[in-house]
Design a protein. Structure first.
Length: 258
C-alpha cells in the first residue's frame, strides 16, 4: 500500500507497506535510488515480515523541496516513517549512503532492535576533509552525465555485475536533475557518523561486496556489536545483481537478529 509520512521539515516521505509479522523491516535505498530497488526482497520476505520500502527526501516519490540537506534531515525522514508504522520491533536496512543515516536514525527510534547495512560503512576510520568532499562533488558539478557514465562505474560495478543492472542504475541516475542530485549527496561527505556509531548498543550486521575490503577491527572501534557477511563477485548493488543469493543471506541475518 502506498503511503506518506511527514518529516520534521514538512517534506512528504513516500513509503510502501506490505506483508505481515511481528517484525517490521524498513528498507532504504542508496543515492538516487527508490523503493523499487527492494521489490525482489519484498516478494521474498513479505510472508514472514512486515515490509516497508521508503523513499528518502529528494528521491522517488518523496518531497524534494528541502531547503537544507543534512544527515539529521534524512534521519528524521526515517523516523517519520518508523513512527507511522504500527510495530514494536523494527529493523532498519540501509544500502550505501542510507547505511550512514540509519545509524543516526536508530538513536531517535527506541523501537529499532537491529541495523542491517548493505555494502556501506566498510571502514569507519576513513573520513573526508572538507577539501576532499568538495573535490568529489565537483566532479558531478562539472559534468554530471560524464561522471555517472565514465567515473562512477569503476566504484559501483564488478566484473560480474549484470549489464542490465548497470544500465538500470545509470539510467535512473541520469533521470535526476544534477543540482538536486548533488545536494542530496552532500551530507554523506560532510558528516562524521562515528559519534553516532559509538552510541549504538543494538546489533549491527553488514552484507558487503568483496569488491573492497571490510575492516572489522576499525569498525568495532565505533560499532561495538558490528559483524558482517561477504558476497563474492558482486558490486555495490548485491540485492539487484544476485537477488536470490542476497535474499538467502539477508533472511539468515534477520533470523539471527530477531
Amino acid at each position: 500500500m502506498e503511503k506518506y509520512a511527514v518529516s520534521s521539515d514538512g517534506q512528504r516521505i513516500h513509503y510502501k507497506e506490505s506483508g505481515s509479522g511481528n517484525t517490521t523491516l524498513i528498507f532504504m535505498h542508496g543515492w538516487l535510488g527508490n523503493t523499487a530497488w527492494w521489490d525482489i526482497q519484498q516478494k521474498y520476505l513479505n510472508s514472514k515480515y512486515n515490509i516497508v520500502q521508503m523513499d528518502l527526501a529528494g528521491h522517488g516519490k518523496s518531497g524534494s523541496s528541502r531547503k537544507e540537506w543534512t544527515s539529521a534531515g534524512y534521519a528524521d525522514d526515517i523516523k517519520a516513517v518508523a513512527d507511522a508504522v504500527n510495530s514494536n520491533e523494527i529493523i532498519l536496512v540501509g544500502h550505501s549512503m542510507s547505511g550512514a543515516y540509519v545509524l543516526e536514525a536508530s538513536l531517535k527510534i527506541p523501537r529499532v532492535k537491529a541495523l542491517i547495512l548493505i555494502d556501506t560503512m566498510k571502514n569507519m576510520e576513513e573520513s573526508f576533509t572538507p577539501e576532499q568532499a568538495e573535490e568529489v562533488l565537483s566532479q558531478y558539478k562539472n559534468d554530471f552525465k560524464y561522471t555517472v557514465e565514465n567515473i562512477l562505474p569503476q566504484f559501483l560495478f564488478a566484473d560480474g555485475t549484470p549489464p542490465a543492472v548497470k544500465e538500470r542504475v545509470q539510467s535512473e541516475f541520469l533521470q535526476h536533475e544534477p543540482e538536486l542530485a548533488i545536494n542530496t549527496l552532500r551530507p554523506l561527505y560532510k558528516t562524521d557518523f562515528r559519534p553516532f556509531a559509538k552510541q549504538i548498543q543494538i546489533p549491527v550486521t553488514a552484507i558487503n561486496s568483496d569488491a573492497s575490503p571490510t575492516h572489522l577491527e576499525n569498525n568495532r572501534k565505533y560499532l561495538k556489536t558490528y559483524d558482517y557477511v561477504t558476497m563474492e563477485g558482486v558490486g555495490h548493488y548485491p540485492m539487484l545483481e544476485r537477488p536470490d543469493e542476497f535474499n538467502a543471506i539477508l533472511d539468515k541475518v534477520i533470523q539471527k537478529l530477531i
